[in-house]
Design a protein around this ligand. Sequence first.
Ligand code: FES
Length: 176
Amino acid sequence: MGDKNNRIPFGEDNYTHNIDRNNERSLDRRGFMKTMVGAAGLFALSTVPWGAVAAKELLGLGNKEYPEKAIAKVSEMKVGDAVNFTYPGDHDKALLVRLGENEYKAYQNACTHLLCPVFWDQGEGDLICPCHKGKFDVQTGAPTAGPPTRPLPEIVVKVEAGTIYATRVKRYEEKL
Ligand code: FES
């Protein structure tokens, strides 16, 4: 009477059942790992094109096209004058310098050292950064003094019907 509780429940069946279960678990783990490896592979593959795009951008291999933007009227600028503008985005500060009757140079003017705004020093004929006495060649945008080591990105301009337009940001020629 009452011996029901003395029986070992499940006995061998339980053992076999457990083995199957363990196998199932290990298969589950393997399956899970396979899924994870697959997912990681898929993620790596999916990021390849974006990585290539980013590298292209950083190396300046992309010659970017942006909509043209009017900067100033020729009649508003004397030779030697400079005007601030933004290009291509409203937060991309830039500087246009009129160097001659038909000669203009424009650069994005965030200093390539620590992003202080770069100014046109008409007296010196240099683009200068007051933060750490950085200097850039107005003809090329290349750094000529102070801590900056990379040139200012140049903006290509054109003159049409008395107006100066920014047309694109020039390829960024960084030496690696
Ligand atoms: S931020 Fe321009 S020289 Fe340092």
